[in-house]
Design a binder for this molecule. Structure first.
Ligand code: GUN
Length: 303
């Protein structure tokens, strides 16, 4: 039976350590602060942001939410970011993505002071990651590395394959694995013979945003499979296709009208030696790492 990498449990370990670090800062008169900008009302983003703000409260981190309407201009957002950059009580600034199409996302991310860039999206932090220098790193891939480290899964010398090349997950994930001395391949929608590549993976990371995309034939026997996908399946047929007659998933579907499925087909995990479930895997780590980054930013800037 493969080992289940329990993201909720690992996130709990990280958050407990963050809470201790927050107390240590408070004893020196510093309360770490996070500002989150949420533009408009995208249901998924609202859920994520609420969860981030709630976790701040649990760990003693001050948080502030800015919620401009979806008609907000790039210039108005730039003014907001500039004000947050200038505030001593704000250590981390997070702009929840995606932004409406008319907003210049790249310009906005570049406006965040690199030392407050708790998402690790600013080009300075991207460059630091690329050149192996310390900096703030994107939360989801950093969480995956933390999970591998805490569960003693070796990375050095392993073949790691990342499916997906997004700036948020795929690219930084590949860079972190490379910095940890894995041999890394990045695959994407145009990759030829994708299964042939993924079958070589000792560590397979799926981050493409397509439900059940990775099938059992794509997984090498004994691979460690990390599923970053969070996809909502809204048809009963699809739920059956992914989960058969699993009564728990059927009940979830009946209650909520949807079921969350990762990028890895549930049957594909059978070939693995260890895997992250969805839900309860990588998702929980992202917020824990955001908290860790906020405290790190506070320590570096005000500690
Ligand atoms: N939207 C989806 N994931 C993320 C993330 O990690 N950070 C931000 N800012 N927005 C996101």
């Amino acid at each position: 039976m493969p080992l289940v990498l329990d993201g909720v449990e690992i996130a709990g370990e990280i958050k407990a350590e963050v809470a201790v670090a927050v107390q240590a800062l408070k004893e020196r008169g510093v309360v770490p602060g996070l500002a989150v900008i949420l533009v408009g009302s995208v249901a998924a983003s609202e859920i994520y942001v609420r969860s981030k703000v709630k976790t701040c409260g649990e760990l003693g981190i001050y948080s502030e939410m800015l919620t401009p309407p979806k008609t907000v201009t790039t210039d108005e957002l730039l003014t907001m970011v500039a004000a947050l950059n200038g505030r001593d009580d704000i250590d981390g600034i997070l702009i929840q993505l995606p932004l409406p199409g008319h907003v210049d996302t790249k310009r906005l991310l570049e406006a965040v002071a690199p030392e407050k860039d708790v998402d690790g999206f600013h080009p300075v932090n991207v460059g630091r990651l690329q050149s192996g220098q310390p900096g703030l790193q994107p939360c989801t891939p950093a969480g995956v590395m933390e999970m591998l480290r805490r569960r003693d899964i070796p990375v050095a010398g392993k073949n790691a394959v990342v499916i997906g090349r997004s700036d948020i997950v795929g690219k930084p994930m590949a860079m972190l694995l490379l910095n940890a001395s894995a041999t890394v391949t990045i695959c994407h929608s145009k990759t030829a013979n994708l299964a042939g590549v993924t079958q070589q993976a000792d560590i397979l990371v799926a981050a493409i945003g397509r439900p059940g995309f990775v099938t059992e034939d794509m997984v090498k026997q004994g691979a460690v499979v990390i599923d970053v996908g969070i996809n909502r399946v809204v048809s009963e047929d699809k739920v059956r296709e992914f989960f058969g007659d699993d009564p728990k998933r059927q009940a979830t579907f009946e209650k909520r009208g949807s079921v969350v499925v990762g990028d890895v087909h549930p049957e594909a995990f059978r070939a693995s030696s260890a895997y992250t479930p969805v839900p309860g895997g990588v998702g929980a780590l992202t917020i824990a790492m955001l908290m860790a980054n906020t405290v790190k930013a506070a320590e570096l800037r005000r500690g």
